[in-house]
Design a protein around this ligand. Structure first.
Ligand code: ASP
Length: 445
């Protein structure tokens, strides 16, 4: 049967249109209706706020059950516990390496273009209260939960990962006696993935409202004094996202970056509109498995781990921001300082969860390490919300790239799925069900 995919606009296309029209509407409201209390109270803080927040909450709602169940089934499907150590080692190495490359790239670009030159101090806000970044030793200690239920209730990702890994290993080692538990989790995984797919179909509305609300509140007037900072940041983010990841995919993974980026557009839109790698986990996981062909045994581990410890976009922000703040305060950074920034930012990304605005807390830590005032963060805060959205998209691109690379190296990447532009599209579902039923009928004949 010939499939006709043109009948309906694809979901990704709908999400893209929602993003652009939401952004334009938000800007228009900001420009022309900032004083209109009806628009402010009922449309922006009312409708957009309610629908947008419900959308993000519904994604967050899926994160803990999905990571828990998917990781348990992933570990058990590996069968071989040694493979787990190997995948973990590769993931850690690649995540740290790509983050270090990201921040090195950011520092080089920032030093070359000096975004702080000519910046007028009086244009800036000066209020910023730095949060406390966690110490690395505490991050390590906290990885093991004292109570798995409270870890799940709190959504502590590393703790959930540790518990789920152990649970999965135990099921594998139990063998025949654990079969019922294993079957239960396998079935549950299918059901939870279906929930994610249902929510994805609502994305155009959620994305539209979130973006419209953000742009209505943000406007572009804060951008002007920080235009150079903003542009250097976007250039560094873009270069890493397109350059580094494409090189890795094509040279190391022998995979087409073109197909990869085409297929992850939906993840990028979710990450951009929610500014949270964590809330995007369900979409990232579904996309790398169903659209890119990564096996659950790898993806269920690398995706939540990446959303927690891998933040290339955030590291880039720290590099550019450090150079910017140093330049505005007239401080010369030495080679030693740059190395300290690379090391601190790479390590800091491990300890902080992928939620909106967390990058600023990490930045405070990096600035402190090289003796720059944390109040400097106030200078850049005006454009940080917008940059947070962009860097979160880069963060999740890194998670998806590393997942594909590891899956490929473990023979756990189905390249027929990766290379099929239509694979895993939600809008194909009806046809896939038809095809399945037809083949069942054929078999019965
Ligand atoms: N919002 C980013 C993320 O969720 C983290 C940050 O840079 O603030 O990945």
């Amino acid at each position: 049967m010939q499939k006709n995919h043109n009948k309906k606009m694809s979901l990704t296309m709908q999400i893209m249109i929602a993003m652009i029209s939401g952004g334009l509407l938000g800007l228009a409201l900001n420009l022309w209706f900032a004083e209109n209390s009806f628009i402010q109270n009922f449309i922006i803080d009312g409708l957009f706020n309610v629908v947008g927040t419900i959308f993000v909450s519904s994604l967050k709602m899926m994160v803990v059950p999905l990571v828990m169940v998917s990781l348990i089934t992933g570990v058990t499907s590996l069968g071989d516990i040694n493979a787990l150590g190997r995948i973990g080692g590769k993931a850690l190495l690649l995540y740290l390496l790509t983050t270090a490359v990201a921040i090195t790239l950011a520092l080089s670009i920032a030093v070359t273009f000096d975004p702080g030159a000519g910046f007028e101090m009086e244009n800036a806000q000066t209020e910023f209260a730095a949060g406390e970044p966690p110490a690395l030793s505490k991050v390590l200690i906290d990885m093991v939960p004292t109570n798995p239920i409270s870890a799940m209730a709190e959504g502590s990702m590393l703790q959930i990962i540790v518990f789920a890994l152990l649970f999965g290993i135990a099921i594998t080692l139990t063998g025949e006696k654990g079969r019922h538990v294993l079957n239960f989790f396998n079935d549950l995984n299918v059901v939870i993935m279906k929930m994610v797919e249902i929510l994805m179909k609502l994305a155009p509305f959620g994305v539209f409202c979130l973006i419209a609300k953000t742009f209505a509140g943000q406007g572009l007037e804060l951008l002007a004094p920080l235009a150079k900072y903003f542009l250097v940041m976007v250039a560094a983010l873009g270069l890493h996202a397109i350059g580094t990841f494409s090189l890795l995919l094509s040279l190391v993974g022998r995979l087409s970056p073109w197909l990869f980026f085409n297929k992850i557009r939906a993840i990028l839109a979710f990450a951009f509109s929610t500014a949270s790698s964590n809330a995007t986990i369900p979409i990232t996981l579904r996309t790398v498995e169903s659209r890119l062909g990564a096996n659950n045994s790898v993806a269920s581990f690398t995706v939540p781990l990446g959303a927690t410890i891998n933040m290339d976009g955030t590291a880039i922000m720290q590099g550019v921001a450090t150079v910017f703040i140093a330049s505005v305060y007239g401080v010369d950074l030495s080679m030693n300082d740059y190395l300290t920034v690379i090391l601190t930012a790479t390590l800091a990304s491990i300890g902080t969860a992928g939620v909106p605005g967390v990058g600023l807390i990490m930045l405070a830590m990096v600035l402190g390490e090289v003796g720059l005032p944390t109040e400097g963060i106030a200078l850049i805060i005006g454009v940080d919300r917008l940059l947070d959205m962009i860097r979160t998209a880069v963060n999740v691109t890194g998670d998806a790239t590393v997942t594909c690379l590891i899956a490929k190296s473990e023979n756990a990447l189905d390249e027929t799925i990766f290379n099929d532009p239509q694979a895993g599209l939600l809008e194909n579902e009806a046809e896939d069900v038809d095809a399945e039923q037809n083949s069942l009928l054929d078999n019965e004949k």
